[in-house]
Design a protein around this ligand. Structure first.
Ligand SMILES: Cc1ncc(COP(=O)(O)O)c(C=O)c1O
Length: 298
């Protein structure tokens, strides 16, 4: 499926969309992004992604030229133009354009990109068999260097190094700890453990991105009757867990069956994981439909 890109007001195919080489995210990682799924011609958790993005723009002091409702309407319009049933939206906002670190000295009109295409992060079999995960030697950033709630492009250097570790060991993901040695998250997804029927996930204070899929899954798990806790967890908790799974917009809800070649539980996707995966699948039908144009509020 050819990708459609809306960049700073122009709709074009991926190949012809161009941004300046002096874009501040290209030079310094000074930008934010969101990955958003389209399920059945509906944009899943659109408002939650936009809220996270706009919290990021405020925190970083970007001088936005587009309001949240304008961006929301534009995303739905680009989805209509792409005309796809299932897909993935990549939304990038950078501070602006100009050489030099100092934001005062650059053209601070943000570069905004809405790209609509497809994404298959893991093969369908991986959702049946589960992922093998390795421990990464790279730690997540501390909140006093960059708040992990920020989905900042510049924060992903360590995650890419960790992903390379996973690739080198033939694993599907790498699990990163925080500076204190507590479990944080994988390179692009959040971690959940299941023990004695309790669904456990690292506390946001451990330096995780507060994933939108994580929040969704916590709500769904509670609805299914499970107790859900946010805790300070260590690898002890992984090795003694009955089940584990990962969540993310790209990864969706996927079982994790081993860490560093040691099976978690019986080494197979467990019943709690499977019930949450089934419930999540139903939830994905409840996105914002893009076929009907909504008026942009004044
Ligand atoms: C580091 C990291 N953690 C967790 C997640 C999962 O977040 P979400 O469910 O909002 O996609 C992502 C996804 O982008 C991520 O990059």
């Amino acid at each position: 499926m050819p990708k459609v890109v809306w960049l700073n007001g122009e709709l074009s195919p991926l190949e012809s969309a161009k941004v300046s080489v002096a874009d501040h995210a290209h030079l310094y990682g000074d930008g934010l992004f969101e990955g958003i799924r389209i399920y059945g011609r509906r944009v899943f958790k659109l408002d939650e992604h936009l809220e996270r993005l706009f919290h990021g723009t405020r925190y970083l002091g970007f001088e936005m030229t587009m309001t949240l409702p304008e961006m929301r309407a534009k995303i739905l319009e680009v989805c209509r133009a792409a005309d796809i049933d299932e897909g993935y939206i990549r939304l990038n906002v950078t501070r602006g354009t100009g050489l030099g670190l100092d934001p005062k000295k650059i053209d601070r009109r943000p570069n905004v990109m809405i790209m609509v295409g497809s994404l298959n992060l893991y093969a369908p079999e991986a959702f049946e068999t589960g992922l093998h995960v390795v421990s990464s030697s790279y730690r997540v950033m501390t909140a006093d260097s960059m708040d992990p709630r920020l989905k900042c492009i510049g924060r992903y250097g360590a995650n890419i190094l960790a992903k390379q570790e996973a690739n080198a060991k033939g694993a599907g993901e790498a699990l990163m700890l925080n500076a204190q040695g507590y479990l944080a998250e994988c390179t692009g997804d959040n971690l959940f453990l299941v023990q004695n029927g309790i669904v456990r996930t690292p506390n946001p204070a451990c330096g995780i991105l507060k994933g939108i899929t994580r929040d969704t899954v916590m709500g769904l798990a509670r609805e299914l009757g499970y107790e859900v806790t946010e805790e300070f967890l260590t690898s002890f908790d992984v090795f003694t867990a009955d089940e584990a799974f990962l969540t993310g917009t790209a990864a969706e809800v996927i079982p994790m069956v081993s860490l560093d070649d040691r099976a978690i539980g019986d080494g197979l996707p467990g019943p709690v994981t499977r019930s949450i995966m089934r419930r999540f699948r139903i939830e994905t039908t409840r996105g914002v439909p893009f076929d009907v144009a909504e008026p942009v509020p004044a």
